[in-house]
Design a protein around this ligand. Sequence first.
Ligand SMILES: NC(=O)c1ccc[n+]([C@@H]2O[C@H](COP(=O)([O-])OP(=O)(O)OC[C@H]3O[C@@H](n4cnc5c(N)ncnc54)[C@H](OP(=O)(O)O)[C@@H]3O)[C@@H](O)[C@H]2O)c1
Length: 247
Amino acid sequence: MRIAVAGATGNIGALTATALERDGHDVVRISRSLGVDLVTGEGLDAALTGVDAVVDAVNGQGATREETVAYFADTTRNLLAAEERAGVRHHVLLSIVGVHRVEGNAHYAGKREQERLVEAGPVPWTIVPATQFHDFAAMVSSWTEQDGVATIAPLLVQPIAPADVAGVLAEIAVGDPKGRYADVAGPEPQDLVDMARRTHQARGREVRLVPTWSALFGTEMAGDALLPGEGARLAPTTFEEWLAQQR
Ligand SMILES: NC(=O)c1ccc[n+]([C@@H]2O[C@H](COP(=O)([O-])OP(=O)(O)OC[C@H]3O[C@@H](n4cnc5c(N)ncnc54)[C@H](OP(=O)(O)O)[C@@H]3O)[C@@H](O)[C@H]2O)c1
């Protein structure tokens, strides 16, 4: 099959493109650095020629909640319209577990808008809600790190290996559209502060972590808000196994 991966230079997109090629598929890589911009639509029609399915794994951050929502709305609208013109038969969206339980987070508002447009859109779809990735804790810590100190919320998460997410997306992309897919998560729950501490340690970095609910993530995301629901599909790679590859 010919499958386009939007966000193909990113964390999950790159692994998904590799997994699809390993399985013998013809992959079209989409990203701005590769000459295709989902915000302006530049290069999009040419990229989707002959494509059967599209995996959307783009990411973006606006300065405000409005900008973030507008980014996900524009990229999704442009992608779906181009898919309809090209006769694409399956749109696969990578989303996040818990976005419908957390109102206050701007990124989650953007993901909800993305889901809404896909569900109402012209192309048969599968939405894949995934939990946080194993590298999420280190990424969150890097957002506020200054002079060796970073704030981080003690979120309860059930993280998944990026390669496992990519494997699931690659499998789904070559199958029939399934609507809303089961939550996709890793094998066991973790505390985000502990994950960040162990990742820094494994990478030989000294960062003092200050646990707080008053910075990027509030108490709306506490408790079970981010954990996978009933019937979740659990991927095998543990956080420890992933960590061992970081050393
Ligand atoms: N981090 C987590 O724990 C987590 C958990 C569940 C779901 N997710 C979701 O997973 C998705 C992918 O995340 P990620 O960490 O893999 O992303 P990432 O590493 O930040 O990669 C983002 C990709 O999007 C491309 N991109 C950005 N703007 C674009 C545009 N206007 N047109 C075309 N391509 C564009 C980037 O390439 P260029 O810069 O070259 O354009 C890059 O390839 C996100 O939507 C996120 O919400 C994340």
